[in-house]
Design a protein around this ligand. Sequence first.
Ligand code: SAM
Length: 244
Amino acid sequence: MRQIRIHVDSPLAEGAEVTLPEQAGEHVARVLRLGVGDAVVLFDGSGGDFPATLTGIARRAVTARVGARREALPESPLRLTLAQGIARGEKMDLIVQKATELGVARIVPIISERTEVRLDAERADKRLAHWRAVAVGACEQSGRARLPQIDAPRPLDAWLATLAGDGAARLALLPEGETAPRALGGLPHQALLAVGPEGGFGERDVAALRAAGFAGLRLGPRILRTETAGLAALAALQALYGDF
Ligand code: SAM
């Protein structure tokens, strides 16, 4: 039987009784119609799974007793950061969901020269909370026990200025890029992958990426939509250097 996996936003410990997040509680009680004594699996995003037993199903609170932590799925040996030019509406949700399934470790929503989406501070906060919820759902569904980090949206230059000399491969997806995924000749254990928005990177963006040491990565001869490009690159890199 399929395991019901539920993310709980606070550290879990064996023997504790926890109240499930409201939406998850409602799903468990009303949609799945589980009852006291039924089994679920909880995770807090730190990498382990906790089998748990439902102990209370009330209208507003579903509770569960936490069992012993067990190791969950390992993360990919290739730590991938996706710096994604913010795409419109549901496309960005799709990117966050699928990138999480594909094992991305971190997503940085990027504002670049040709970004069409306008986000004031309040909207940016709402979008970020929404994207984090999308990633939680993807972890619950895919069996992943570690949540990818999702950063607040930031300008490309501001992100580049934060990069440390940690030895991560720096790759910018460019249709005219000079290298292909399989020609990278191995990768360190970390890679940064920058993807342009719907209109692509502008000249100033490309100059800034180049100045920061990014190589141009080309995914074949066709122009891919932004939501295809990043996901295709993640899959290719996982297949060549990660855990596919
Ligand atoms: N005319 C735009 C250009 O030349 O950049 C097309 C933009 S494309 C719809 C959106 C983003 O997807 C690009 O900025 C790039 O990051 C990525 N992309 C699309 N096709 C690609 C390819 N064949 N190779 C590498 N990156 C690609």
